[in-house]
Ligand binder design. Structure first.
Ligand code: F6R
Length: 244
């Protein structure tokens, strides 16, 4: 628990940069699972600074984003594709072919196979070395809404109403928020070797309390993380204030 989000965001960026550098020394790829939204923005800011000012190279980095709205155009400013380029990929030396973000424009008939292939690609690389997470007020990680099975893999999902309400400002009204998304599954996330979840602010306090102190349940999918042996929750004081 930290006073604000600035210092811990830098610490997380430094952990990621150390992992990238260690893998570089061993001539290995570093496979990162990435999140969008407000929570990781300062982490990406610091990673960009480390690239520009301290010589951190992303040439051995392969990324997989957690999710994307469906349907969604890559060029749309509300897309997670746009977000990732804006906040990270446009500013570092990652190879374009090493960037993986679920495609919000894949046709309905190809969607299932697309999700199977996304999952396979992660597995073929030996899984995620590091997974960065935020948490939604429904307890979702990625877009694994309440009811998600612990063994779920990459798939299409119907977004919870609360999730759509929270996204409404960005879409200028809840009616404009897509009803569906493509998301990595709980199983995909849980197989990561290291997980860091970030939560900032008052409006996360209630779900953080349930996630950390409640029973493991599909009704709060983030509670599954209690069973992961290398997960850290990083909170600011506001997000931690309901913890007993
Ligand atoms: C985003 C994602 C979501 C967000 C969550 C919190 O890729 O997977 O689970 O992390 O909705 O969003 P923010 O950080 O905007 O509060």
């Amino acid at each position: 628990i930290f006073e604000d989000s600035q210092t811990p965001s830098k610490l997380v960026a430094h952990e990621i940069s150390q992992l990238i550098r260690n893998k570089q020394q061993k001539k290995e790829f570093c496979v990162l699972g990435l999140a969008t939204g407000s929570s990781p923005i300062k982490v990406y800011e610091e990673l960009v600074r480390l690239h520009k000012e301290e010589g951190l190279s992303f040439s051995n980095v392969i990324t997989f984003n957690l999710d994307e709205y469906y349907p969604m155009d890559k060029g749309n400013i509300q897309s997670y594709f746009y977000f990732m380029y804006e906040h990270l990929f446009n500013h570092v030396d990652i190879l374009p072919e090493n960037i993986n973000i679920p495609d919000g424009k894949v046709s309905a008939e190809d969607l299932q196979q697309y999700c199977i292939d996304y999952e396979r690609k992660i597995k073929a690389l030996g899984g995620l070395d590091f997974q960065l997470l935020g948490i939604g007020r429904t307890g979702h990680i990625g877009f694994n809404e309440p009811g998600s099975h612990y063994n779920s893999s990459t798939r299409s999902i119907t977004l919870d109403h609360i999730t759509r309400v929270d996204a409404a400002p960005a879409f200028l009204g809840v009616d404009n928020v897509p009803r569906k998304a493509i998301t990595m599954g709980i199983g995909t996330v849980m197989s990561a070797k290291r997980i860091v979840l970030l939560a900032w602010g008052n409006n996360k306090a209630e779900i953080i309390q349930k996630t950390i102190e409640g029973n493991v349940t599909s009704e709060v999918p983030a509670t599954y993380l209690q069973n992961h042996s290398n997960t850290t929750f990083i909170l600011d004081e506001e997000a931690s204030k309901e913890l007993t």
